[in-house]
Design a protein around this ligand. Structure first.
Ligand code: G3I
Length: 347
């Protein structure tokens, strides 16, 4: 009821804005309603509060939510013993109120570490305590309200070896096992994921990550799924590589999360003040192919697909690579792009 009222309010607000001219207006459709698996997005709490077209799309199009930044260690655990819960509480409350599945991202990563962790000096046992307290304080706070966690993010390098992160330096490869065990102790019902990028285009890295996760699982470690990020572009990786990646995860008996989907148009960083119709069509075809191919996988492994942003202006890509790009389903004014329309009309 609350959700219906909010939608009516938001849609009347949206009625003043420019509408998409085709018959795939987001006001008349819901992307997530088209699939048996969850279709999620990342969100930032400040955007949900201040940006009504963004809020409208999050509520109407998606049924799962991941935090883009607020659960990363530097944001949520800025000093030893100090946790900043406010933004992540807002997001978890929002997801719970909207009946969206909340996916926690990310407990252990080599990036976005607060200085106190990067500079921490201690024995192996003290590092183990840092890992344990960080994971268990967060997971316990959201027990029963966050359905799943990216427990470890991006632990492998492109050559298939474990990355030399602070966690690896101080705890060796055992930090992965410990991380999953600590998370499970804090919320035995949460689904636990390993998450990484380039797993489609780099079979060396993919095989290493899947083998490592399989060995953990065989040893009784609670690890349930693998997140393949899928920050891809219109020209690569190939359909064959993406399909091989999806199938390899399922064949290894892990839930598959396409966890950070976006499709770049401009990986070579050319000047591209506006996207061409041809590129937007290629992008639409690839989004369509990814959803369609995912839907063909055994249902038991379909944890869901999460888009890494709502409108092109919110995407990390133009900012991070300092280039023009248009990787998402909605444009900078939150109007539906060809990709959204193709998913709605053709699937
Ligand atoms: O919050 C600060 C703000 O206080 C400061 O004024 C501003 C100035 O630079 O920076 C803000 O922090 C930025 C943060 O996003 C929040 O906007 C960081 O600089 C920026 O580096 C950070 O980028 C995020 C990046 O991860 C690094 O954490 C992107 O938004 C986010 O999309 C990206 O997401 C990652 C996934 O977590 C893991 N997989 C790859 C993916 C893309 O890089």
């Amino acid at each position: 009821m609350r959700r219906a009222l909010l939608l009516i309010m938001l849609f009347s607000l949206g009625a003043c804005q420019k509408q998409t001219s085709s018959n795939c207006s987001p006001q008349d459709h819901s992307l997530s309603a088209k699939f048996n698996f969850k279709v999620g997005t990342v969100a930032e709490p400040f955007q949900l509060q201040a940006n009504s077209p963004y809020l409208e799309l999050v509520i109407s199009q998606f049924n799962a939510l991941s935090p883009e930044n607020v659960m990363k260690a530097n944001a949520i655990h800025p000093q030893e013993g100090v946790f900043d819960w406010y933004p992540s509480d807002q997001l978890v409350d929002f997801a719970n109120d909207q009946n969206m599945r909340m996916h926690g991202h990310t407990l252990i990563w080599h990036q976005q570490l607060p200085e106190w962790i990067s500079n921490f000096e201690g024995t192996k046992e003290e590092w183990r305590q840092v890992l344990k307290i960080h994971i268990q304080t967060i997971v316990a706070r959201y027990k029963g309200r966050v359905a799943a966690w990216d427990v470890v993010n991006e632990a492998f390098t492109e050559d298939g070896n474990l990355r030399n992160s602070v966690w690896f330096q101080h705890l060796g490869a055992a930090y992965l096992r410990l991380a999953f065990e600590y998370a499970h102790e804090a919320d035995p019902d949460a689904l636990l994921f390993y998450n990484d990028y380039n797993l489609a285009q780099n079979p060396l890295k993919r095989n290493a990550a899947i083998r490592f996760c399989s060995d953990l699982k065989k040893a009784g470690v609670p690890i349930h799924g693998i997140g393949c990020q899928f920050h891809v572009s219109i020209d690569f990786p190939s359909h064959r590589e993406m399909d091989a990646c999806m199938r390899a995860v399922c064949e290894a008996d892990f839930l598959l999360h396409i966890s950070e989907l976006d499709i770049a148009l401009n990986p070579l960083s050319r000047s591209m003040p506006v996207p061409s119709e041809e590129d937007l069509q290629k992008q639409a075809n690839l989004y369509y192919w990814i959803f369609k191919n995912y839907r063909r996988l055994p249902e038991a492994y379909q944890y869901g697909i999460t888009l890494w942003g709502i409108g092109d202006a919110d995407s990390w890509i133009p900012y991070f690579f300092n280039r023009d790009d248009y990787p998402l389903l909605f444009d900078e004014n939150y109007q539906a792009k060809a990709a959204y329309c193709k998913l709605i009309e053709d699937l």
